[in-house]
Design a binder for this molecule. Structure first.
Ligand SMILES: [Mn+2]
Length: 301
């Protein structure tokens, strides 16, 4: 495969600083070399321009740093759309999860995609439901057409409304959903596979169901992988850790199953926070998960 690495050193969307260093940590952990050893052709596009947080205004406390986030998302959407138009796969390195506004909205341009959102959270708040005003809790709602107009339309660049059919969206690993967010999520048609579902059904069955949801009538699957979906025991370097997450092997099997469909069109790796990490453990896990998503197997069945 031809893979384009796109770094997004963005932390405006998160409550805690530091995920802006995530792209460096993931690169440093050997992403490019690992992908090349699998036989892929890799081009590193460097980072999307992100202004320094210290030079930006917080703005509306219900939509913190909306203006710079929309700007970054617009630039990222263009980059991802170009990569995909040239038949290559974007691998987007975050950065906080608000960057998915740009990556997913860019990826869905001119095609009907399904989306698998691996995350401890729903990321389905709007400015009306969010307790914090942090935009990294809102991107999935905006992608599905809910929330502040500049987020849904990327500052007017896109038509209002959902960028993909919420019935083609599946969340895996959720275990922390705000009450008002829960109501909006329930009404949306998004399939939510919480940790309870994974405990009861097993990760294999859950991921097969999520893949079916994402593949039904679509041209491909976009995978947006928040490292906080994995248990903090294995991924301590994230801004909003929640215990009771996916194990190391559950996370790997999840991306291996998605890879096996041969329907993957793009991947986000987000919320790696080197300041909170231990000896780049989370950066290295992000690389290992990326390699599994792009075909690495120890042996197979
Ligand atoms: Mn997230």
């Amino acid at each position: 495969m031809q893979i384009d690495l796109i770094g997004v050193p963005l932390d405006f969307g998160a409550g805690r600083r530091g995920v802006d260093m995530g792209p460096s940590a993931i690169r440093y952990a050997g992403l490019r070399q690992g992908l090349e050893e699998l036989g892929h052709q890799v081009t590193d596009y460097g980072n999307i321009m992100v202004p320094l947080a210290e030079t930006c205004e917080v703005g509306d406390p219900k939509l913190k740093y909306m203006e710079p986030i929309v700007g970054v998302a617009q630039r990222l959407a263009e980059r991802v759309a170009t990569t995909m138009a040239e038949q290559r796969l974007p691998l987007v390195l975050g950065g906080d999860h608000s960057l998915a506004l740009g990556s997913v909205m860019g990826a869905t341009r001119g095609r009907k995609l399904g989306l698998i959102w691996l995350d401890a959270h729903g990321d389905f708040n709007t400015h009306e439901t969010s307790p914090s005003g942090n935009i990294h809790g809102m991107p999935l709602a905006a992608i599905c057409g809910h929330g502040a107009s500049p987020l849904v339309t990327l500052g007017g660049a896109l038509p209002p409304g959902a960028k993909l059919d919420p019935h083609n969206v599946a969340i895996i690993g959720a275990r922390d959903i705000d009450p008002a967010e829960r109501r909006l999520l329930r009404a949306s048609g998004v399939a939510v596979y919480s940790m309870e579902a994974i405990d009861r059904l097993g990760i294999n069955e859950v991921v097969h169901r999520a893949i079916e949801t994402a593949c039904r009538g679509t041209d491909g699957i976009y995978l947006s992988l928040d490292l906080d979906g994995i248990d903090p025991m294995f991924a301590p370097g994230v801004g909003t850790p929640v215990s009771g997450g996916l194990t190391f092997r559950e996370a790997h099997l999840a991306v291996e199953l998605v890879a096996e469909t041969k329907r993957l069109v793009g991947v986000d790796l987000v919320e790696v926070n080197p300041i909170l990490d231990r000896t780049n453990m989370t950066g290295e896990l992000a690389v290992q998960l990326a390699l599994s998503a792009f075909g690495k197997r120890i042996w197979g069945l």
